[in-house]
Design a protein around this ligand. Structure first.
Ligand code: SF4
Length: 124
């Protein structure tokens, strides 16, 4: 039997959702307005296609790379990129840019080398 790991209560308490800044809200509103204008004209961005929209938030880098290419030519690319930047997006493709990044894991080999270097500098 497998169990799903749970997030310790103390850690959950420390997760605080910070409200968006005034600049982020303004950028988001500009994007919303641009998307509404697009919709009034009977258009929608490529990321709104039912068959491919998952590429923009995919876990697979090659799918996000395709999404970046498909963003080019989007009529709201400027507003989209500005909103993502203002909101410090941490995942997905916005305005033809892949914002996805994972927290870095510590590299045990690098740590070992750093320790050796420290030891040598202290002993020599
Ligand atoms: S620029 Fe933004 S709105 Fe346009 S297709 Fe890309 S992600 Fe979608």
């Amino acid at each position: 039997m497998t169990t799903t790991p749970t997030v310790p209560t103390e850690r959950r308490r420390r997760v605080i959702l910070t409200p968006p800044s005034v600049a982020a809200r303004a950028a988001s509103e500009r994007l919303t307005r641009a998307l509404l204008n697009l919709a009034v004209g009977g258009q929608r961005p490529h990321c709104g296609d039912a068959e491919t929209h998952h590429y923009w938030l995919s876990e697979k880098a090659h799918e996000r790379a395709l999404a970046v290419r498909w963003c080019h030519g989007c009529p709201v690319i400027t507003e989209c990129g500005a909103a993502a930047t203002a909101q410090a997006e941490r995942w997905g493709v916005w305005g033809a840019k892949d914002f996805s990044r994972r927290p870095r894991k510590s590299n045990p080999q690098v740590s070992a080398r750093a320790q050796t270097s420290i030891h040598r500098s202290q002993s020599g």
